[in-house]
Design a protein around this ligand. Structure first.
Ligand SMILES: [Zn+2]
Length: 115
């Protein structure tokens, strides 16, 4: 199976990775012969899916349609949120524990806000 990448953050989404796939294809209507384009698969990692769904509506009709689908998935069952939480918690697990290193962590987030 080919390796897919999250459209938003470019994270690799290979076999065994949890993700959300959006399939897109175009088809002619009322025109003979009926034509159908090849299907495109667009992938999002769980974190980006949840982040997009929780965020404000994007510009553009096609983006808005995708956003509404994400909201549908994220809003109807906590499984996708849980997958995002598990990924995030795995990343945080590699950072030093809070407490003694807490000052350094808040300095880092302070640095973020300076941009
Ligand atoms: Zn992503």
């Amino acid at each position: 199976m080919e390796n897919m990448y999250c459209l938003r953050c470019n994270r690799e989404l290979g076999t065994g990775h949890k993700s959300v796939a959006i399939y897109l294809f175009a088809q002619t209507v009322g025109i003979k012969p009926r034509q159908k384009s090849a299907a495109q698969r667009i992938c999002f990692c769980p974190q980006c899916s949840v982040s997009l769904a929780m965020g404000p509506p994007p510009e553009g009709a096609l983006n808005l349609a995708a956003w509404e689908m994400m909201r549908d998935l994220v809003g109807s069952d906590p499984a996708l949120n849980r997958a995002a939480w598990e990924n995030l918690s795995a990343v945080l697990g590699t950072l030093p524990p809070t407490g003694t290193e807490g000052a350094r962590l808040s300095a880092a987030s302070g640095g973020y806000f300076e941009f």
